[in-house]
Design a protein around this ligand. Structure first.
Ligand code: NAG
Ligand code: NAG
Length: 277
């Protein structure tokens, strides 16, 4: 066996170093993946400071309108080399729900998501059932079709509030007699800013926001219209929290329905509650 002369060792060593530098070089030059390069430049989230407003102008229903939750984010997508389509936008799920309209001693109506209540699901999609998993398809999302040569910057926004009508009289009864005595709600939501690759379904969570809406209205149905309802605490809502660490999206938040699908998920159980004292 022929031993290499000492100079050869040096030569080999230099080769090895060059090789190592080459690797470093190639790692640095490799185009970053979409996941690594998409950036959230700014995110804002608030609940408007106004209290819930109550409208007693109808003799059939009480209407209330809660302040708006709002979220907006400015996003930068660097050039995409591949022929890929990505949608960036907001996805929202409800992860806690208490919702009772009480009719004195006659009973109450409640809107429930049984799987949430029973802990079978962590969160249920709050999309409108058409645009799911997205919360909406106007300002809520932006779609980038690759390849693109330049940075793409855009803002995606969403807002949400409750604006329901509650009958003064007991629902599913023939009586129009005003009997509504209180409305209570306590709902929590998780709102994610997400990028999804339309072909592969690859999902990148960019931001996670948690928020809550609480409401308590007390009503004296014996009083004349316009003087019945009184908003109790809280008159101002807790502000949303933009989390420092993202939370994963539970699978149920990505599939159809849905807290806004009143027909599908609303359970009126007046019969049960008719037994209340
Ligand atoms: C966030 O809020 C600030 C202050 O109101 C505003 O100047 C900025 O444009 C907002 N950014 C986004 C992404 O909405
Ligand atoms: C949003 O969705 C609705 C319902 O599917 C559709 O009619 C409308 O064209 C969509 N708008 C956009 C901007 O994609």
């Amino acid at each position: 066996m022929r031993l290499l002369p000492p100079e050869s060792w040096t030569f080999l060593l230099i080769l090895a170093i060059v090789n190592a530098m080459g690797c470093i070089q190639s790692i640095r030059c490799k185009p970053k993946s979409f996941r690594e390069s998409i950036a959230v430049l700014e995110v804002n989230s608030t609940i408007d400071p106004n209290p819930t407003s109550i409208d007693e102008s109808s003799g059939v229903v009480l209407r209330y309108r809660t302040p708006h939750f709002r979220a907006s984010a400015r996003v930068l997508v660097p050039p995409i080399a591949a022929k890929e389509t990505w949608t960036v936008g907001w996805i929202q799920a409800c992860n806690h729900m208490e919702f009772y309209n009480k009719y004195g001693s006659t009973g109450m109506s409640s809107w429930e998501l049984p799987d949430l209540r029973d802990g079978k699901m962590q969160a249920i999609s709050d999309s409108d059932g058409v645009n799911y998993p997205w919360y909406g398809n106007t300002t809520e999302t932006c779609t980038i079709v690759g390849p693109t040569k330049k940075d793409t910057k855009f803002t995606v926004r969403m807002n949400d509030n409750f604006y329901p009508s509650v009958t003064w009289g007991v629902p599913v009864s023939d009586s129009n007699l005003p009997q509504l005595t209180s409305i209570r709600r306590d709902q929590s939501f998780i709102t994610w800013l997400v990028a999804i690759n339309q072909a592969s379904g690859e999902t990148v969570v960019l931001q996670t926001i948690k928020w809550r809406m609480q409401l308590h209205i007390e009503i004296d149905p014996g009083k004349p219209l316009g003087q019945r309802a009184k908003l109790l605490e809280p008159t101002a809502q807790e502000q949303p929290q933009v989390l420092a660490r993202n939370e994963p999206i539970p699978p149920n938040a990505m599939v159809k329905p849905n807290a806004n699908d009143a027909q599908g998920s609303c359970r009126e159980f007046l019969e049960d509650c008719a037994r209340l004292p």
